[in-house]
Design a protein. Structure first.
Length: 114
């Protein structure tokens, strides 16, 4: 999104695959909108590919705890979704153009700058 070829390629891969899923926490969308106006509307066009994750109490707790440690709100939301859980016992990768933001947070990262 926003002109990044790797991000566009990942979205295209998810659109044409039954195995690739893109989960997007609402808080990540809000953070992305702060950086690039219009990104939420763009994501809305891709709702057949993107799965928007609603916030819940567990996410609020994770975000609050990580924000106390200086982690940005959107990064904290992505960490919450990517951590191992009953649906994804091994967790998931965070696909990002800012991999350094996830260092030491216990989640795998897919660096979209490569």
């Amino acid at each position: 999104m926003g002109g990044n070829k790797q991000v566009s390629g990942l979205i295209h891969a998810a659109a044409s695959s039954d195995d690739v899923r893109l989960w997007v926490p609402v808080l990540c969308l809000v953070e992305a909108e702060r950086e690039r106006a219009g990104i939420v509307a763009h994501a809305g066009v891709l709702l057949d590919v993107l799965r928007i994750m609603d916030d819940d109490y567990a996410m609020a707790m994770t975000v609050a705890e990580l924000m106390r440690d200086g982690v940005a709100c959107g990064v904290a939301a992505a960490v919450h979704v990517a951590r191992p859980n009953p649906m994804l016992p091994d967790g998931a990768l965070v696909a990002t153009v800012a991999p350094e933001a996830y260092a030491g947070l216990g989640v795998g990262v897919m660096d979209l700058n490569r």
